[in-house]
Design a protein around this ligand. Structure first.
Ligand code: PLP
Length: 411
């Protein structure tokens, strides 16, 4: 029996159930992935026992020589992989990292320009229910109705009129390449700090499957647990000129002690992401997403922007006559785990929007290839058009589980 099973059988049972769920279903949530056993082991290491407020060489607690080595290793790997001068690997997750960007550059009440949530932006880019929309004056850009893509002319017009101190590019449901140079020209024109939130695409950037924001933006914010395939955590990457402001914003501005076990796991994930195999992985994610997009389009699914350049697809289900939430629930019954999502100009409420967001990072980690995507599209089609039809959903689930078991997550 494992130590957890001996100490706490109930929690051990629940973890076993989650392990089985992950094995027997296919994860199509674009922000999730299956980490390597090495990342998992570092996350569960004795580093969770340590307190390390401060930065390497400047700690408030004794006993940090080893932790200093780990944090320096993680930071140096991040600098090298993303080609930046400075990396802060302490943010506890993506939202706190983004808050640190505000703390570094803005005062309460200052203006921020970010992508609207329903157009694909993240809550922390100034949406009203987030403190970033409450404590700052938030102005939002969207996407063009005809193309479903960002309209840089709109961004420029808003920036000239509203004079934001901070501009965000990137987001959480953007199926197309982000034009970092285009945003940089606008930020420069209005004298704004430009932040790229590449949480979703960090692994694609590391693997050369999406252009890098390095050299175009003032600060890169990213989580480490999505396409980058590390532990739940985040990083802020910047040039020397902003290093001190970012570091002070993270600690002591917003956080106490860093999660050293997470830092170790980030170091491992960055090492993995620097290997040639990761470049292959990043391109395979995109190849799978594009194959899935083509197969879904063939079945009459309406894809926002017509397809994808990256790891995710945004599907408008209106033409299929089903809403996002019942579709996501039917998919789950069929063993395909996804999330409902707003589509641009969505007439439906956020809790039951018109769309589905689908991504290929996790199934690509399991080894699925473009030739599997037509079958996946057929299952998705059958499930979303069979909401409430238990026989069909059970039959699809059997087929999904068979494929899932043939392609297990890393053990
Ligand atoms: N930024 C983007 C673009 C995201 O998609 C997310 C999470 O989905 C976050 C930030 C927030 O990350 P976390 O959930 O780790 O706080």
């Amino acid at each position: 029996p494992t130590p957890i099973a001996l100490a706490d059988p109930r929690v051990a049972e629940l973890i076993a159930a989650e392990t089985a769920r992950q094995h027997d279903t296919l994860c199509l949530i674009p922000s999730e992935n299956h980490v390597s056993p090495a990342v998992l082991a570092a996350t569960g290491s004795v580093l969770t026992n340590k307190y390390s407020e401060g930065y390497p060489g400047r700690r408030y607690y004794q006993g940090n020589a080893v932790v200093d080595g780990i944090e320096e290793l993680a930071a140096s790997r991040a600098r090298e992989l993303f080609g930046v001068e400075h990396a802060n690997v302490q943010p506890l997750s993506g939202a706190p990292a983004n808050l640190a960007v505000y703390a570094a550059f803005l005062d309460p009440g200052d203006t921020v320009l970010g992508m609207a949530l329903d157009a694909g932006g993240h809550l922390t880019h100034g949406w009203g229910v987030s403190v970033t929309g409450k404590w700052f004056r938030a102005v939002r850009y969207g996407v063009r109705r005809d193309t479903g893509t960002v309209d840089l002319d709109e961004v420029r017009a808003l920036a000239r009129r509203e004079r934001p101190k901070l501009i965000w590019c990137g987001g959480t449901a953007i199926p197309r390449t982000i034009d970092f140079a285009g945003f940089a020209a606008i930020a420069e024109e209005v004298g704004a700090v430009l932040a790229a939130d590449v949480a979703h695409i960090a692994g694609l950037i590391a693997g050369g499957a999406h252009p890098s924001p390095t050299g175009h933006v003032d600060v890169i914010a990213t989580t480490t647990h999505k396409t980058l395939r590390g532990p739940r955590g985040a990083m802020l990457l910047t040039g020397e000129q902003h290093a001190r402001a970012i570091d002070r914003a993270v600690f002591p501005g917003l956080q106490g002690g860093p999660h050293d076990h997470t830092t170790a796991a980030i170091a491992v994930a960055l090492h993995e992401a620097a290997q040639p195999a990761f470049t292959t992985y990043a391109h395979a994610i995109v190849a799978n997403a594009q194959a899935l997009a083509a197969a879904l389009a063939e079945r009459g699914f309406d894809l926002v922007s017509g397809g994808t350049d990256n790891h995710l697809l945004l599907v408008d289900l209106t033409a299929k006559g089903v809403a996002g939430r019942p579709a996501a629930e039917a998919l789950e019954q069929a063993g395909l785990v996804a999330n409902s999502n707003a589509v641009p100009f969505d007439p439906r409420p956020p809790l039951d929007p018109s769309g589905l967001r689908l991504g290929t990072p996790a199934i690509t980690t399991r080894g699925l290839r473009p030739e599997h995507m037509p079958e996946l599209a057929r299952w998705i089609d059958e499930a979303v058009t069979a909401t409430g039809d238990t026989d069909t959903l059970d039959r699809v689930r059997g087929e999904v589980t068979e494929l899932a078991r043939a392609f297990p997550p890393p053990a």
